[in-house]
Design a protein around this ligand. Structure first.
Ligand SMILES: NC(=O)C1=CN([C@@H]2O[C@H](COP(=O)(O)OP(=O)(O)OC[C@H]3O[C@@H](n4cnc5c(N)ncnc54)[C@H](O)[C@@H]3O)[C@@H](O)[C@H]2O)[C@@H](O)CC1
Ligand SMILES: [K+]
Length: 466
């Protein structure tokens, strides 16, 4: 199983380039490796059809000339369009080695694959209107679009779109992943993302990374329900959400799941134990190894009281949904927040940032500052999922099926996270295992899934990650 892979900002990538150059590898050689590696993917996608390579002025454009020459040498019909002259030595050298013509406009262009090498990690401002319309015109005249390093118009470090960006089928990350390969809104134009390596990266540039699939384990021989993990879910006003979280939790590794609620949800699994009565007393059970509060909790005074009691229990706790709207400094006073794991979606993250006085613009900034400010682990879910803690590098995750944009899937995720926590995993491992289980369960459940299917699919997902 591949290990975690580093995710580098534009500045870090430039620093890596300098280290590799200092080790004796020339920029031209790096460009050759990048271009030839990328050409391999374009070759497959072209399937013998004509290819157009759009080259910009920098080294992204330089990669384009290498790709064009490599494909031409393999017998493909290749047209190069360059609206600007090369401005770097490496790009000029690559262009000098290109044996075909160079056009400056889209006249007569069309075919199977458009290769976008207009701008990569050096993009510093929005595309000029004439460049944006050239990309759009070419995109409309080709069946497939491959972006080299990044779709032109995507900001490398935060995934912002600097204007209209053509939606690509495939994006080839060169040398290392960049944050934009994992962040919205860039994710909506990146398509499938693949990494093209250009040599071993120096170790010191791993500030962020993408988390590889975990290897889950089976219960130990001699395990019993309490030793595997005893988790509690604090129920509230809406039974459905707690039911989804409970169902996901019983399937995700815990040996014993108890729902603290006045009555059983209508379709609760028989394996779920319901306990009504005094919450503080129930949470005093020393065998509890994790708690979940939030799905279906409500936002009343009674709900706030339940949250206060839950936080006092001094157990590893997942806080989600309604509970995230109740959480504040008063509730966290005197609480060891390092055992708390929150799972906000975008709206909940914004509301938390407001509560805790965090004025960051980006999702990554919000998650990282929230973790640093409160000490909690932040699993910022959504079409792009991030995991931030006060003391470890932020983790990105491969994007999951878009069918997950459906009511109740967040409740399923929080149930899985708490279940993993109850098995004794630390917050980071529990959260990343849960993110992978959730994504894998979505693959198992398939198109048009609903949250109930997702929870039911967790055992098959678990089996795939053993
Ligand atoms: N860093 C590395 O280790 C490697 C980088 N390579 C390639 O190099 C790329 C980065 O190269 P560069 O730094 O030259 O950057 P780019 O090729 O992305 O473009 C930068 C150039 O475009 C200009 N520019 C930026 N935004 C513009 C805009 N909106 N309109 C008009 N001009 C604009 C800049 O002034 C500069 O001249 C990577 O994306 C990758 O494709 C590869 O060749 C292999 C190795
Ligand atoms: K590009």
């Amino acid at each position: 199983m591949p290990g975690n892979e580093p995710v580098l900002t534009a500045a870090q990538m430039r620093a890596v380039e300098q280290v590799l150059i200092a080790q004796g590898v020339s920029v031209d050689e790096l460009m050759r490796r990048a271009g030839e590696g990328a050409a391999e993917w374009v070759w497959r996608m072209a399937a013998g059809g004509p290819v157009t390579v759009l080259c910009g002025p920098g080294n992204n454009g330089g990669d384009g000339y290498v790709i064009a020459q490599t494909l031409c040498a393999r017998g493909l019909s290749v047209r190069v369009i360059a609206p600007m002259e090369p401005t770097t030595d490496a790009a000029r050298n690559a262009r000098a080695r290109w044996t075909g013509d160079v056009m400056t406009d889209a006249d007569g262009a069309g075919g199977r694959v458009l290769v976008d090498c207009l701008f990569g990690s050096g993009l510093s401002r929005p595309l000029l209107p004439e460049h944006a319309s050239l990309v759009a015109e070419l995109a409309a005249r080709h069946q497939r679009i491959v972006a080299v390093d990044l779709p032109s118009g995507v900001a490398t470090d935060d995934g912002a779109l600097l204007g209209d960006v053509a939606r690509c089928d495939l994006t080839l990350a060169l040398g290392a992943w960049k944050p934009a390969h994992f962040l919205m809104p860039a994710l909506s134009v990146v398509g499938t993302a693949k990494l093209v390596t250009i040599g071993a990266l120096p170790d010191e540039f791993g500030a962020l990374f993408v988390k590889s699939a975990p290897r889950l384990s089976v219960p130990e021989r001699g395990a019993h329900k309490y030793s595997r993990g005893f988790m509690g879910i604090v129920g509230g006003e809406m039974a459905g959400a707690a039911q989804l979280a409970s169902k996901a939790a019983v399937y995700s590794g815990a040996g014993y799941v108890k729902l603290f609620a006045d009555e059983a949800p209508p379709n609760a699994p028989s394996a779920l134990v319901i306990e009504s009565g005094d919450l503080a007393q129930a949470l005093g059970d020393k065998r509890l190894s994790a708690l979940l509060i939030g799905p279906g909790l409500g936002r009343s005074d009674a709900a706030r009281d339940k949250l206060a009691i839950t936080l006092e229990a001094n157990v590893a706790t997942v806080i989600d949904a309604d509970a995230l709207h109740l959480l504040d400094d008063d509730l966290l006073e005197g609480i060891d927040a390092t055992r708390l794991l929150i799972t906000p979606h975008e709206g909940e993250l914004n509301s938390l940032c407001e509560t805790f006085g965090i004025a960051e613009e980006t999702k990554r900034g919000k998650a990282e500052y929230l973790a640093a400010r409160t000490g909690m682990t932040v699993l910022a879910k959504g079409p792009d999922t991030l995991l931030a803690t006060p003391d470890a590098p932020t983790m990105f995750f491969p994007p999951a099926a878009t069918w997950l944009a459906s009511a109740g899937t967040g409740d399923v995720l929080s149930g899985i996270v708490a279940s993993r926590l109850s098995t004794g995993k630390n917050s980071l491992d529990a959260a990343s295992e849960a993110i992978w289980l959730h994504a894998e369960a979505a693959r198992v459940a398939g198109p048009a899934l609903i949250a109930d299917d997702l929870a039911a699919a967790v055992p098959k997902a678990y089996a795939r990650l053993l």
